[in-house]
Structures are given as C-alpha cells and as structure tokens.
Ligand binder design. Structure first.
Ligand code: BTN
Length: 324
C-alpha cells in the first residue's frame, strides 16, 4: 500500500497519541524537511486536528476531527486493496454515478468514492436516498470479482455481513440484517445497500456497492422517525468517529471477500443467516407484481429468499420490500 506524507504523518501522530514526537524524528521517518513537517501539521490543524507543538518536545496529537477525507481514512487502514484508493468529494449527485464512471474508465478494484453530501442519492427500487451533509457516510465501492452475473447478489449479502461486523468492531453495537440488504438496530434502519453491476453475458466487469449509513444523525423527519435510527442515537448520543468506522468496515469486507473468492459463498451465507432477523418468521414480501405472506424458510446460494405461503407453495423472491 502506498501512503502519502500526510497519511504517514497522521499514522505516526495517531500511534503516539497523547505523547510528544520530535520534529526531527518525524522529518527523518518521513524523509522530508522540518519545515515541510510544520506545514503538514498546520494543514492538519486547519482541518480540525488538535495538535500541540512545544519547542523542545515536539508535536502531540490531542484530538481528531470527525472527517472522512482520504488521509483520515487511510492513515490507519490495514487493508491490502479495499479503500487504498479513495476519491473524496464534498458534494456529488450520487457516489454511485461517479463510481460507475470511474469503473468504466478502469478504476482499480477496491477504489472507494465517498462524499459529505449527495444531492441525488439513490435508494433501492427507484427511491431517493436522503444524504445530508456531515452526519452520515455516503460511499460506493468498486469491485471486480471474476464471477458470473447471476452470483452478484451474493456480494450484497457479503457487504451486509461486513457492515454488521465492522460496526461491532468499531463501536461495540450489535446490528441485524433484514433481507436483502437493510441493516437494523432494534427494528429501525441504520444502513441501506444498493448494488449495481456492469457485466457482459457471462462475466461481471464491475460491481458498485453503494452504502448509505446514518452515523451521527441526531433526528429524522416525521416520515422516517418510526423506520430509521442512527448509530449516535443507539450509542446514548455519543458521536461515532466516521473514519474509524470506515476502516473497520473496509477491513471486514476485505477478509470476507478474500474468503469468498477462495472458498465460495458457504461461510458468508452462514454468517449472514446468523445475523438475519427475517428468517424463520412469518413475513410479507411486497414485490413489483404483488404481495406474498408466508414463512421465510431461508436463502438460496444465490441469495434468493425462499418464502412458503399458506398453501405450502415455496416462492423464490428476488427483489422485494419485507415487512416482519
Ligand atoms: C436502500 O434503498 O436501502 C439503499 C440505499 C443506498 C444509498 C447509498 S448512499 C451511497 C450510494 N450512493 C447512492 O446514490 N446510493 C448509495
């Protein structure tokens, strides 16, 4: 992984948080002049990092802002390729749109597009996705698995598992998954996933996985209050560091993705089932063609939901809204 000077400097400050590191040592380790170190520290301060500088002792990081610029995320990121290239924009129409463009232009696997605000955020089934500035995480990840297109839904399920595990690692909060791709806490949604694919008839070219996460949202409009929540609300009002959360999700995603490419969907499926709230219950699936109520028996190896109706007939549900 290639790190910029800014990322290396941040990593050093974070590793030595609350202790002083001399300007001399930083300049030697980073291979740049002490003036350059000072300039980078000044830039970090402008972004909201609180760094104390004392003449004889050096620099000490006191606190970090809740930013999600590439160096905030990459400075402590322990992945090989997921999130090693990050394209950050303050405002975009939709990170999905930009990621699709980049994928068509040949962006590498693991490239992530992240924005502070989306003005035309897209949800599933043609809906819009509210993406206000500052409080959430709106991002799209580009992957290029060598799989046939019919297996692509497995990656949505893998992503849901990665997010549940990443949230647990970063915050200690336990979440559940509602088929196919909603992450819930106490029945309320905190994350939505939108998977879009570019493919030829027999091979996937790229999959763009969009994730919208309500992280530090303090309140929701009346229309969403019963349905949505945020990590902050579920964390007794304590703010969550978004860069650390992203690092944990990228790390979990990479572990699961490597396992998936090597050994297939089985392990991912077991994990997914262990987090699923919708299985083993009577649920209603609203599809584009109608409504089916029945017993949720499980998912297939392609991630299709199996729903047994009251006459004992099993329906394969590919896309629907689920009511539990
Ligand atoms: C859903 O409907 O539950 C899926 C919502 C997915 C929203 C994310 S936010 C980042 C990415 N960009 C978009 O326009 N949508 C996805």
């Amino acid at each position: 992984m290639v790190q910029s000077i800014r990322e290396k400097l941040l990593a050093m400050l974070l590793e030595n948080k609350d202790t002083y590191i001399s300007g001399q040592m930083i300049s030697e380790k980073l291979g740049c002049s002490r003036t350059a170190v000072w300039k980078h520290i000044s830039e970090l301060k402008k972004e909201g990092y609180e760094v104390e500088g004392l003449q004889k002792r050096g620099y000490r990081l006191i606190s970090t802002p809740n930013n999600i610029r590439p160096h905030d995320i990459k400075s402590n990121l322990k992945t090989k390729f997921i999130g090693q290239k990050i394209v950050f924009q303050e405002v975009v129409t939709s990170t999905q749109e930009l990621a699709q463009k980049l994928a068509q232009e040949g962006a590498k696997e693991g490239t992530v597009v992240v924005a502070e605000q989306q003005i035309k955020g897209r949800g599933r089934l043609g809906r819009t996705w509210e993406s206000p500035k500052g409080s959430g995480i709106w991002m799209s990840l580009i992957i290029r698995p060598n799989i046939p297109p019919f297996q692509a839904p497995q990656l949505t399920l893998l992503t849901a598992v990665a997010i549940v595990q990443g949230i647990k690692k970063a915050t200690g909060i336990s979440c559940e998954i509602k088929w196919p791709n909603d992450i819930l806490i106490n029945g309320r949604k905190i994350v939505g996933i939108l998977t879009e694919m570019q493919a030829e008839s027999d091979r996937v070219q790229s999959i763009i996985i969009g994730m919208g996460m309500n992280v530090n949202t303090t309140s929701f409009p009346d229309s969403l209050k019963q349905k949505a929540t945020s990590l902050l609300i579920e964390n007794d009002g304590k703010e969550i560091n978004r860069a650390q959360l992203l690092q944990a999700i990228f790390e979990q995603f990479e572990i699961l993705y490597i396992e998936y490419l090597k050994n297939g969907f089985e392990v991912i499926k077991l994990r997914w089932e262990s987090y699923a709230v919708s299985l083993g219950k009577i649920i209603t699936a609203r599809t584009l063609t109608g409504e089916i109520t029945g017993y949720a028996k499980g998912i297939t190896d392609q991630g299709v939901l199996l729903l047994e109706d009251y006459e004992g007939k099993t329906h394969e549900i590919y896309s629907a809204d689920i009511e539990i």
